[in-house]
Design a protein around this ligand. Structure first.
Ligand code: SF4
Ligand code: SF4
Ligand code: SF4
Ligand code: FES
Length: 760
């Protein structure tokens, strides 16, 4: 939008607003209330509800303010008898076929139609004709549908198309019979539930929470998602110690994701109150024996005594400490403090899918925020699959292209769905991402790199030309395919592409909610692989907070069994606790205070929505208790904010941060990662050149586009506790009838009924 100001008069008051401003936004920003249903900022215009009417001087009829761009000298009236009459008539029409069943509607109490009817509607209905009646049904395991409540604002279809790129729902039929429906009667989409979130009525509903609680019974707690590294802000609705639902609705929260959440963030929470949560500490008194419930004092003493004995017999470095990138910054900090100040071992590591150390050591420009991605002029994505692994980033890329006109250079061996948005898709051989980094870095290796990538040399040249001609922001993103050397080169691309009129920003795509925080607070020189390789030899004991990933344990299945002592703190029994001698029950993200650092570098608050279930405790508290048993007092006084104060005092990137500074989720605070000067990358480039030489030229780029949900629906420790995820992981079979919960397909022994199904 232009910075030039123009004069607009609204209800006899003069304002100066930027040229190009939309009238509905201008009115609302200046506290003139304008009702609307179909207008939704940052989505294509629909202009169908006609609730946003205003009178504009010199225009013949009432105008829809959502379609009007302000012009200099415009004189506007937002409230008058004429406007009110028109708005009341519109509401009366909208309610003609509406069942008015607010007392049994899940949206009752937080429904925009209900609110606007109270504020702008008539109290009496004049239509006495029979209403169109349509039965309630499910559209998928996650999305329930009551078609009669629809006001055809089409927010849902636009969100599905523009945010998700899926077009899974559309309006069918005509006139008074128009309904929102699916193709083929059953939703096979990414099940994000954003159509539910933006629906202003109770037409699309959370199928997992249906008829469980009324909105006003829920205590809302703003917190941060515990799944991917995007760090969506969300509102946890709890009642009586139980987490009932999660929404991102901006009436409760206004974070970096607006009203967006993906399936995991929105529907993946039932693990919190799941019956399989660990209830008490457990001790395995003999190798090969059973885990036996114990008190906290017994288990802590048991672990501490054995750690002491092992350190005495084998030295301090025989004890390894491993943290999960799912833990809060506070818990990771306490864990590293335990490793270095209590045990005195150099053997500590993060159980993440890949390390960000060389990336941050060479960081040549700021991290891109999600807002930067949305407003970028050019986006370069090397590897990765954000629409499945960091869905908010995927949505920002899509909107930057579709609604913002950004150029999108996609470099991938797979035809991922985002290629539909790409202005240039460089389809490379699997495992050659580093050759692409070399090609982007300079033209010196173009022909060699292109040969290995299996592309024309000109494709690299075109990509560099697009980048070098960009006026505005360039965002460079990468997935987990890059080696440390290639990450170092990507981190320095802001120096390579620096130019007048553009910023070059970086956006790593790690997999976990606190991968960046784990890097900042606990990254050491060791990898989990090295520590596991030493199990039973130089490493005699391990203290693991969270669990190891299958990528760590599968190639070394017997490693944990070789230890003299394994202490684990977890929510559930896992493949890691299977070998544990002591297990402490840890509290979930919904039960603790703390912070996560997302892939924007934003440090965002995690807030306790319910009391810790059973006897579980926050991970940092467990570590503090174990340290105390070993004779070291951390002095955190049972307060997460005290841990965070110590982080701020000791970790330079987090200097001066405090919980009150982080309290407003609409103004997230970015951690101060050091921006490195331009580096001599000759060592890294030489290593990449050697790797490129060895690349296999016989492989072919992958032609199939992976199925929607192939990563999102994958069952992990947490999503395994959500029955609906089992349906999706089993291919989302269409049930025999949509009129009762699709969960009826799961039998009592949790297996899926797989009888042939018919359309309902
Ligand atoms: S759940 Fe998401 S992808 Fe599926 S129809 Fe709704 S908005 Fe579209
Ligand atoms: S289902 Fe909801 S969002 Fe979609 S058109 Fe109907 S009222 Fe609007
Ligand atoms: S995009 Fe990531 S952070 Fe956002 S809701 Fe999904 S899993 Fe959570
Ligand atoms: S909000 Fe303007 S027509 Fe619906």
């Amino acid at each position: 939008m232009s910075t030039e100001l123009i004069k607009v008069t609204i209800n006899e008051k003069d304002f100066h607003v930027p040229k190009g401003s939309r009238l509905i936004d201008v009115c609302r920003e200046r506290s003139f209330d304008i009702p609307s249903f179909c207008y939704y900022a940052d989505l294509a215009l629909q202009a169908s509800c006609r609730m946003c009417l205003v009178r504009i001087e010199k225009m013949p009829k009432l105008q829809t303010s959502c379609t009007i761009i302000c012009t200099d000298g415009m004189v506007v009236t937002t409230q008058s008898e004429e406007i009110e009459k028109a708005q009341r008539s519109m509401l009366e029409f909208l309610l003609v076929n509406h069942p008015l069943d607010c007392p049994v509607c899940d949206r009752g109490g937080e429904c925009e139609l209900q609110e606007l009817t109270f504020d702008w509607g008539n109290l009496e209905e004049r239509f006495i004709e029979p209403k169109n009646a349509r039965p309630e049904k499910y559209l998928s395991p996650m999305v329930a549908n009551d078609p009669q409540r629809c006001i055809l604002c089409k927010r849902c279809t636009r969100v599905c198309d523009e945010w998700m790129g899926e077009d899974a729902i559309e309006a069918g039929n005509r006139g008074a019979n128009t309904v929102i429906g699916t193709y083929g009667g059953w939703l096979n989409c990414s099940e994000c539930g954003n159509c539910i979130e933006v629906c202003p009525t109770g037409t699309l509903l959370d199928g997992t929470y249906r008829h469980q609680a009324r909105p006003w019974e829920l205590t809302q707690t703003v917190s941060t998602c515990t799944y991917c590294s995007d760090g969506c802000q969300m509102s946890l609705g709890s009642r009586g110690g139980e987490l009932m639902r999660i929404v991102a609705r901006d009436r409760y929260v206004n974070g970096l994701n607006g009203e967006f959440l993906c399936i995991k963030g929105r529907f993946g929470h039932p693990f919190v109150n799941h019956e399989q949560r660990l209830r008490t500490p457990l001790i395995r008194y003999q190798k090969g024996g059973k885990l036996i419930p114990a008190t906290w004092d017994e288990a802590t003493r048991f672990a501490a005594e054995r750690l002491d004995l092992i350190a005495e017999a084998n030295g301090r470095d025989s004890i390894a400490v491993i943290g999960s990138p799912r833990l809060t910054n506070e818990s990771l900090y306490a864990l590293k403090k335990f490793a270095t100040e209590v045990v005195g071992t150099e053997n500590y590591a993060i159980a993440d899918a890949f390390s960000l150390t060389t990336f941050f050591d060479n960081l040549g420009g700021p991290l891109a925020t999600h807002r930067d991605i949305r407003q970028a002029k050019t986006i370069v994505l090397i590897g990765g699959e954000p629409e499945e692994l960091q869905p908010l980033t995927g949505k920002q890329i899509r909107q930057a292209v579709r609604n913002g006109g950004a150029k999108f250079i996609l470099i991938n061996s797979v035809r991922i769905r985002l290629r539909e948005q790409a202005s240039q898709f460089i389809h490379i051989r699997p495992g050659t991402e580093e050759a692409a980094v070399l090609g982007l870095f300079s033209d010196a290796d173009d022909s060699r790199a292109a040969q290995k990538l299996g592309i024309d040399t000109g494709e690299l040249e075109t990509a560099r030309k697009t980048i070098n001609e960009t006026q505005g922001d360039i965002v460079v993103m990468f997935g987990n395919e890059l080696s440390d050397e290639a990450q170092a080169v990507v981190a320095q691309l802001p120096k390579v592409f620096a130019g007048v009129g553009r910023r070059v920003l970086l956006h790593p795509l790690p997999l976990f909610n606190n991968s960046v925080g784990a890097h900042d607070l606990m990254e050491g020189d060791k990898s989990v692989f090295e520590l596991l390789d030493g199990a039973g030899e130089s490493i005699r004991a391990m203290y693991v907070a969270g669990s190891l990933l299958p990528m760590h344990t599968r190639p070394r299945e017997d490693a944990l069994g070789k230890l003299d002592l394994l202490v684990v703190q977890e929510l559930f029994e896992t493949d890691t606790t299977r070998f544990a001698d002591v297990v402490f029950p840890a509290a979930s993200f919904a039960e603790v205070d703390g912070t996560f650092t997302n892939n924007d570098g934003f440090v965002q608050r995690v807030r306790r929505a319910i009391e810790p279930v059973h006897q579980s405790k926050a991970d940092w508290m467990i570590t503090t208790q174990l340290a105390r048993e070993l004779g070291v007092e951390f002095g955190f006084e049972m307060s997460a904010s005290a841990v965070f104060r110590e982080i701020a005092a000791r970790v330079p990137a987090y200097a001066n941060l405090r919980y009150p500074v982080l309290k407003d989720e609409s103004q997230p605070v970015q951690v101060k990662h050091v921006i490195a000067p331009q580096r001599d990358l000759s060592t890294e480039i030489a290593a990449i050149r050697r790797a490129v030489e060895d690349m296999d030229e016989s492989l072919k780029p992958i032609e199939e586009t992976p199925l929607v949900g192939h990563e999102l629906f994958r069952l992990g420790t947490l999503t395994d506790k959500v029955p609906q995820f089992h349906l999706l992981a089993a291919g989302n079979p269409k049930p025999e009838t949509f009129r009762i919960s699709p969960l009826y397909q799961i039998t009592i022994d949790e297996s899926l009924k797989r009888e042939p199904v018919m359309a309902g």
